[in-house]
Design a protein around this ligand. Structure first.
Ligand code: SF4
Length: 101
């Protein structure tokens, strides 16, 4: 009985530790990355040169990529939706990310 109680207590403490660590060590991600990703085809095909649509979206938001048409499966509607989204969601300092087609 003592072993069960000890294991349950240990499990609870470790779970609490993980919960606290996930809050303290969390890395804040720019919410625009998910906003751009939602407007990509989400095929994760790698044709853009990035391993996933999320990685491509992050490259767009960080300014590493300027040509949205690198996403070959994307269509004009995807490109326009991403360009419009970024116009409506500038940086904290008001800078708008501009993309080429
Ligand atoms: S080419 Fe487009 S669909 Fe394929 S991984 Fe890149 S962003 Fe995603």
């Amino acid at each position: 009985m003592a072993a069960v109680f000890t294991l349950a207590l240990l499990g609870g403490l470790l779970g609490l530790g993980l919960a606290i660590a996930s809050e303290v060590l969390a890395v804040e991600q720019d919410p625009r990355i998910m906003g751009v990703k939602e407007r990509l085809p989400n095929l994760d095909c790698g044709a853009c040169g990035y391993p996933s649509c999320e990685a491509f979206a992050e490259a767009i938001v960080t300014g590493e990529v300027k040509k949205v048409t690198l996403c070959k499966p994307g269509k004009n509607s995807n490109y326009n939706a991403i360009i419009q989204y970024l116009k409506e969601h500038p940086d904290e300092d008001g800078t708008i990310i501009t993309l080429e087609k």
